[in-house]
Design a protein around this ligand. Sequence first.
Ligand code: GDD
Ligand code: MN
Length: 387
Amino acid sequence: MTGSSATIIVPTYNEAPNIVELVRRLSATVPDGCEILVVDDSTDDTPDVVRAVALTSTVPVRLIHRDEPVGGLGGAVVEGLREASHRWCVVMDGDLQHPPEMVPVLLETGRGTGVDVVVASRRIAGGSSDGLADARRRVVSSAAITLTRAMFPRRLRDCTDPMTGFFALDRQRVDLDALQPEGFKILLEILARHRLTVVEEPFVFAERFAGTSKATLSQGVRFVRQLARLRFGRMPMFALVGVLGAVANLAIMAGLIAIGVPYLAGAAVAAVATILGNFVLQEVLVFPDLRAEGRSLGSRFAASFLFNVGEAALRLPLPWLLVEHAAVPSVLAQGGTLVAAFLARFVFLARVVYRPRRTRPASPLVIDAVGAEVPESLGSDTGPETR
Ligand code: GDD
Ligand code: MN
């Protein structure tokens, strides 16, 4: 292993028209001893193109094709980090928005400074994000970065661009099992969960060479969930859903009364609507990653519904018991009951409704070793996925 040899990890999703150019430009610039590791979730012919390029490339090219693409882009990067042959890895996109000529710069900076992570930043002098599709996305991106840095003032102290998908790191400094990759923001996941030293190098985010961006609105939703989980676990999202439910409940009731529905009927309709709405939000926002792990949809709904019934049955008598028989002041009794109900609901959902079954056997990976001599890969343990 020579001084600056590294594994260049390229996550790909339908990037067939970019592969040849990417490998050509990388080959012309990376230090000797590097390998390119493509981690692919494509539905097009990207894997065939990678295999074909590997036959003639001077730099060894390996392909991992995932049939079960857990964690999207971030999951692919973690898979690449597991399978990399070198200690230093560079993560970059496959569409040439990340200039390959920056790769040696990142590696030299890493070696020269002795840090754990070298971030290619669009947001320091000399960098630019002009290649980002449109002005709206640039504004959203800046706002998201500002918010994120405010949430992790210490860990992101030295990182102006935690959303970049272009960075080099010493993978021995990262506990891969601690990561819960979800979509695009894998650097944020890595930095927020470890105490790492960071330096940055500016780069100009280029236009896409070919093909189209895979960023969607659902990536935005995944990002918000990731932030909430990184900072507080599931609790804040759960609380938010609870607050939304209470507000919706009152709004529906007021609306029905306003159009002449008797208030008891209005309350009943509002309660049913809130129970249904809460269930949907808890599925989508609080426990999305655990839906596939345990009970069926019907069973989750039935269990949640029964909890609501039980909770409603206890909510009134409990404060009464506390006040009458334990001499607890009534406001305190009511407040304590509400807090207990909140926590009990959270625990019931996490431990009963969304409880994952035993760990599944590792999903089979298709690993193709192509190109020049392939260094022995580390055990292909896919590990626990999103837990
Ligand atoms: N394996 C795998 N699985 N790769 C994926 C997936 C996936 O589910 N989704 C996207 N990719 C690959 C793409 O093929 C591409 O190589 C790279 O990830 C980035 O995807 P793009 O579709 O080009 O994203 P972008 O250009 O909109 O976003 C880039 O810039 C953002 C900052 O504005 C990425 O670098 C993001 O990580 C970055 O946050
Ligand atoms: Mn791109």
